[in-house]
Design a protein around this ligand. Structure first.
Ligand SMILES: NC(=O)c1ccc[n+]([C@@H]2O[C@H](COP(=O)([O-])OP(=O)(O)OC[C@H]3O[C@@H](n4cnc5c(N)ncnc54)[C@H](OP(=O)(O)O)[C@@H]3O)[C@@H](O)[C@H]2O)c1
Length: 259
């Protein structure tokens, strides 16, 4: 893998991607340089041999791939002058066109990932019209070290993924909280309700990720089985859940577009 520099690599998302690259064995620590304003290792303080700098020019000199993982407002103040690097952003809202201005190159990728990268469980989508095939292979290598990857042809889909898969646990936490609240209302202790819900979401996540059925097919199979779950599925199908999820994800998407 090419030498990687992560601007904002000590933050939540940047450090998760750094960890993914190192723990997957995709990158040696000597081939990674992290920069921020303070020069303090922050969330990466446990990584032996890591160099952290507050000198952005040193990072631009060092890196063949520059990952941008700073807050969007901070990014818009940066001018990298990165004539010889591939630049990959995982920042919400910063457009492909803005990234060309910020980077000083057209070898620019707008992506969305998530802090689940630290455990190689992220879903990362990327957009880069006209990127050459060598650069595209490098992008796939970096993002597949973080989890699953998809290239998209429509830049606006990156805003969709900012809402859907950028935050982890994100909106799934709202559903889990509803389950915990129900359990407590029914007389379970908070500890018991939380323990049960966390195991439910772990097992459901693993089973659905491994299943060849769609979620709708899983629901229909439970309805066809006609057990206790079928009674609940009927309530979900007639109730406001779909509209509530749609409205919540739309609100997050609209903000991602406007950031
Ligand atoms: N966290 C998430 O769940 C998530 C999910 C999807 C996308 N994102 C995107 O990822 C980006 C980073 O988010 P985050 O949550 O990781 O933020 P964060 O935890 O606040 O980290 C931001 C990092 O950027 C550094 N930084 C800030 N301004 C800088 C500057 N001008 N120059 C160099 N470094 C700078 C900070 O270190 P210093 O303070 O030392 O400078 C820190 O390392 C955002 O654009 C966000 O949209 C985040």
């Amino acid at each position: 893998m090419w030498r990687v520099g992560i601007v904002g690599g000590t933050g939540e998302l940047g450090s998760a991607i750094a960890r993914a690259l190192l723990t997957s064995g995709s990158l040696e620590v000597a081939d990674l340089l992290v920069s921020n304003r303070t020069g303090v290792a922050g969330l990466l303080k446990d990584v032996d041999g890591l160099t952290v700098t507050s000198n952005l020019n040193a990072l631009v000199e060092f890196a063949e791939v520059i990952l941008l993982a700073v807050p969007p407002a901070q990014a818009r103040t940066l001018r990298l002058g990165a004539k010889n690097a591939l630049v990959l952003s995982v920042m919400a809202g910063v457009t492909h066109e803005e990234l060309i201005d910020i980077s000083g190159t057209t070898r620019v990728v707008r992506a969305m990932s998530s802090p689940a990268a630290a455990r190689q469980l992220a879903f990362s989508a990327w957009f880069a019209p006209g990127l050459n095939s060598q650069d595209a292979r490098e992008v796939e290598r970096i993002l597949s070290a973080c989890g699953r990857v998809a290239r998209v042809e429509d830049e606006d889909h990156i805003n969709r993924f900012t809402a859907i898969t950028g935050p982890v646990p994100g909106f799934v936490a709202a559903f889990a909280n509803a389950v915990v609240t129900h359990g407590m209302r029914a007389g379970l202790s908070e500890e018991l309700a939380l323990d049960a819900a966390s195991q439910l979401f772990l097992s459901a996540g693993v089973l659905m990720a491994e299943s060849t059925s769609t979620p709708r097919e899983e629901m229909d199979a439970m309805i066809a089985y006609a057990g206790t779950t079928a009674a609940g599925m009927d309530v979900f199908d007639k109730g406001p859940l779909n509209d509530a999820v749609d409205a919540a994800l739309e609100a997050a998407y609209q903000l991602a577009r406007a950031i």
